[in-house]
Ligand binder design. Structure first.
Ligand code: ATP
Ligand code: MG
Length: 411
């Protein structure tokens, strides 16, 4: 027997749910294109090392979430779990460093093997942006403003908070790391097994842990802000001042670190309390070392990605659907004319439905069911005079119209 369900953690997206995700992507595109970002589409799978080497070998994604497989040629490939590594790979492979800054956006399916729950799927969609080759705070401000405007466009600005933190430059990061490791070692026995392992390889990740026992330890951990050097502090303050100037409200969250290894300086998340544990709808940050680490030049980068389904779940209203016009032939001898008229109306830009069978009564019932706004009824007597009946399905009013004037009447 063939199994007829979707694989766990994957869903068929259609109807209202699909309309909403489409609306999210459309809003994202409209906003980021105004900022000069252009779309890029990278392959859905890459060589495994594109992700394994660059997301950090202690990240959740690399240690337990990737869909890796060997293809028939023996290559180890991975379904993309996120967008940045692939976009940066494309940036380098296509020699885009020649013309900086480069501003790219993408949307598409991502794959992560994790425990499915509300707002957490194994196949999901991200919409994201990457700004490469701009290392000033202005870039951070612009990229965050863009995220904010995007949520505003979806009517969600009032429901989310911008949480922001700075991880500083590598000097600050190392200084903090030392302090944190010393602190965590004092509390070693209280940590989860996973965090005990991370302590060696990437202690920052402990701050990001969702385990209750870790959270309790993290509560009193040294604050990142105390380890930032002057240059990093100045950078961060410029970002915050810029957000103030634009009137974008934020909350500095000293515990925010982000799951991947490549971040530096500004990290941020847009968070809502409406989705339970899956409250982060958009997340991003600066990743100045990534391009170089991947084998490109020393090119700065900053970007964000949002979970399209998570955002769509926040939209209360179903996007409006354009109501169609029903074209209804009465009797077989008017069917050809109905086809012709429907074709002409569609080519004039109107949304038209023609029932595929049935008498007048059945077709009228169908027209109401699909919420048609008007019906063009084609009877043979009128047709002989070059006319049709145009009926308003809301008011019930109807009149006869010369076929040549039909488009005019409907527009
Ligand atoms: P989380 O802490 O929720 O696991 P993350 O840090 O793994 O999030 P990112 O890699 O930063 O998430 O991805 C950016 C955004 O993509 C998230 O804020 C979220 O909205 C969305 N996202 C991430 N994983 C999933 C998933 N499994 N299902 C649906 N959306 C997701
Ligand atoms: Mg995750």
């Amino acid at each position: 027997m063939v199994k007829l369900q979707c694989v766990r953690g994957t869903y068929d997206l259609y109807g209202d749910a699909k309309r909403k995700t489409k609306q999210v992507v459309a809003a994202g595109e409209q906003v980021v294109e105004k900022y000069g970002f252009e779309e890029i589409e990278t392959p859905i799978f890459e060589f495994t090392e594109v992700f394994a080497r660059n997301l950090g070998d202690t990240s959740d994604i690399v240690t337990k979430e990737m869909y890796c497989f060997q293809d028939r040629g023996g290559e180890s490939l991975t379904l993309r779990p996120e967008g940045t590594a692939g976009v940066v790979r494309a940036f380098i492979s296509n020699g885009m460093q020649q013309n900086l800054p480069v501003k790219l956006y993408y949307h598409g399916q991502m794959f992560r093997y994790e425990r499915p729950q509300k707002g957490r799927q194994r196949q999901f969609t991200q919409f994201g942006v990457e700004l490469l080759g701009a290392d000033t705070p202005q870039a951070d401000i612009e990229v965050i403003a863009m995220a904010y405007e995007f949520l505003e466009k979806l009517g969600l600005a009032g429901q989310v908070v911008v949480e922001i933190n700075s991880l500083g430059d590598s000097e600050s990061r190392n200084a903090y790391r030392e302090k944190l490791v010393a602190y965590l070692q004092e509390h070693f026995d209280e940590l989860s097994e996973e965090s005990k392992n991370r302590l060696e390889r990437n202690p920052l990740r402990v701050l990001d842990s969702k385990e209750e026992c870790d959270k309790a330890v993290v509560e009193n951990a040294p604050l990142y802000a105390d380890s930032l050097n002057e240059a990093s502090k100045t950078f961060f303050n410029k970002v915050l001042n810029g957000l103030d100037k634009l009137g974008i409200k934020y909350r500095v969250n000293n515990r925010l670190v982000r799951g991947l290894d490549y971040y530096s300086h500004t990290v941020f998340e847009l968070v809502t309390d409406k989705l339970g544990a899956q409250g982060t709808v958009l997340a991003g940050g600066r990743y100045d070392g990534l391009v170089e680490q991947m084998g490109g030049g020393a090119v700065a980068g900053i970007g964000w990605a949002c979970g399209v389904e998570r955002l769509a779940m926040l939209l209360d209203e179903t996007p409006e659907v354009v109501r169609p016009i029903a074209v209804i032939p009465v009797g077989e001898d008017t069917e050809d004319k109905a086809l012709e008229i429907a074709y002409a109306l569609r080519r004039a830009g109107l949304k038209v439905e023609q029932g595929y069978s049935g008498n007048l009564k059945k077709r009228m019932i169908k027209a109401n069911k699909i919420k048609a706004c008007k019906a063009v009824i084609i009877g043979s007597d009128e047709l002989a005079k070059g006319m049709v009946t145009l009926k308003d399905l809301d008011s019930g009013e109807q009149k006869t119209v010369v076929i040549e004037q039909l488009i005019e009447e409907l527009k």
